[in-house]
Write a protein that binds this ligand. Structure first.
Ligand SMILES: [Zn+2]
Length: 325
């Protein structure tokens, strides 16, 4: 997707390129619609005419007018497309993360607007996919948030509740070596939560490397090898260093760039970090185009974004959700 679209390669180029409103609309239309040909969101007709003075289309069948924003994460936003696209360029290509303060300054919106923009863009970064990972897989879980506390009481609490130390969220991830990571918030470290994440994202028969946590016992349809961190960290190809690397990226972003993250919003930051990580082998321009394609292919309203869907996603461990347009 987006092969024909020439995307800016740097932020400076993006700012310049998107300073023209018509260019913004054309750029996004080319990504969003086949051959850049507008389609009426109401009746699906491609029989339209472009109103260049309003930068909108008129459907010649149902006679409604529509903008490029309808049916995307921009839908009910008064913020202009050039600001959206520049914010997306920033967030697609920053190393660890970008704060709403930085977006506010660079894109020239209020901090509050920047925060809303970021949350929506992160939502677009969530990659719902049906393709399972395969080959050599590392599976691991980590705690996010809270302060380091007394180990003994943490462990005791862990045992009593079967979950992480109080005040910390548990994030579960699987990584295909050389490929993608899939990470999500899980309610507990119990066998059911941990293994269902593995089974959802990893092809049976793959090699799986985990640490010695009991919850990983019984992954019988995989070639499961365990590295006991009490004894050693690496035994040939049996290790979870790739997942550790992803966790440190995630935590660096969370502690360094973002002042604080409410637990409710944690999965968004994970989606954001995973998006950049999974596209680490591509160029800034391509990563940006892929993000734009995600935005264009989804139908999301702000109510859906902030309301029920999030609660549901959180309740079921923020499992993959695909929202086809
Ligand atoms: Zn129509």
């Amino acid at each position: 997707m987006g092969n024909a679209v020439k995307a800016p390669a740097t932020l400076m180029e993006a700012l310049q390129y998107f300073s023209d409103p018509l260019t913004c609309v054309q750029f996004f239309a080319a990504l969003r619609w086949e051959n850049g040909e507008a389609q009426c969101p109401r009746c699906r007709s491609k029989h339209t005419s472009f109103l260049s003075t309003r930068l909108m289309w008129k459907c010649l069948d149902c006679e409604k007018q529509f903008s490029i924003k309808v049916g995307t994460i921009f839908e009910d936003s008064a913020i202009s497309l050039d600001k959206w696209l520049c914010a997306m360029f920033l967030i697609a290509n920053c190393k660890n993360g970008v704060s709403s303060y930085e977006i506010a300054r660079d894109v020239k919106v209020t901090q509050k607007s920047a925060w809303f923009m970021l949350q929506r863009i992160r939502h677009a970064m969530h990659t719902g996919t049906f393709n399972k990972l395969s080959g050599q897989i590392e599976a691991d879980e980590t705690f996010i948030g809270g302060k380091a506390r007394n180990m003994h009481s943490d462990k005791r609490a862990d045992k009593i509740r079967g979950r992480g130390p109080e005040g910390k969220a548990i994030v579960m991830g699987v990584l295909e070596r050389g490929g993608e990571v899939r990470a999500t918030v899980v309610p507990t470290r119990r066998k059911g939560d941990v293994q269902s994440h593995v089974r959802e994202h990893v092809l049976a028969g793959s090699a799986i490397f985990t640490d010695a946590l009991k919850s990983y016992e019984g992954l019988d349809e995989f070639q499961h090898e365990v590295i006991d961190h009490a004894v050693e960290y690496v035994r040939g190809e049996v290790h979870t260093n790739g997942m550790e690397n992803f966790w440190s990226l995630l935590k660096r972003g969370l502690h360094g760039t973002y002042v604080s993250v409410e637990p409710f919003h944690l999965f968004r930051y994970i989606d954001e970090q995973a998006f950049r990580f999974n596209k680490r082998h591509t160029t800034d321009a391509d990563r940006f185009v892929q993000l734009c394609s995600n935005v264009a292919g989804r139908r999301l309203t702000w109510n859906q974004l902030t309301g029920k869907n999030d609660v549901e996603r959180l309740a079921n461990g923020a499992a993959s959700v695909v929202e086809p347009f």
